[in-house]
Write a protein that binds this ligand. Sequence first.
Ligand code: URA
Length: 243
Amino acid sequence: MMIHRDRSNDDTGRQRTARRFAVGHLRHGARTLNMDGLTIVDHPLVQHKLTILRDKNSSILLFRTVVREIATLLCYEVTRDLPTDLVRVETPIATTDAPAIAGKKLVFAPILRAGLAMAEGMLDLVPSARVAHIGLYREPVSLECVEYYFKTPDDVGERLVIIVDPMMATGHTAIAAIDRLKEGGVQDMRFVCLLCSRPGVEAVRAAHPDVPIWTAAMDESLNDHGYIVPGLGDAGDRTYGTR
Ligand code: URA
């Protein structure tokens, strides 16, 4: 069992290029996490911005702005291993071979509605990416997912799909979104969230072990309404000011 943790700013890794380490056990605060396929991006900027999101006194404008900013930073990490090819380029001084992104084209797949602000932050970094929209909501009593919208690019099966949803709580929504994308022919997927719960991650990893997860933090538990504790509240309501 292993967990991948971004430790680009650790004392042991002063290199400018951030790296992901595979370690058997991760000490995160007082907790030991031990799970396959989970990357916690613990860069201080990401952690600082997450704290702003957790603060119930942060305004709607601040919340929305910071969601977008963290999404840009998480996008940087989730795309870290994309392949590159050398391409010939002429600088003003000389001709050289320099790396350019190669391989599968990207699709960002926000789960509506809370994923939209995150997708905008990712598009800031990869403006050429396509966007798929996945409309799912949690039925308030059963917490099960209901689909109301699903639209992907025609060639989505040949692309790398990065699903974005700020909160992975029970994991039901994430599992339903991945199920649906697989039905649509997608084979290569990654999931990015701002915050996940341990039970949610365990459920998603059990259902879809082929889909790795990137997040800024993992909280331990959920309350009776399926909200992450301590969490940051309802990400959709806080982004759009609907409560
Ligand atoms: N969705 C949210 O927006 N917040 C949670 O804590 C759980 C699900």
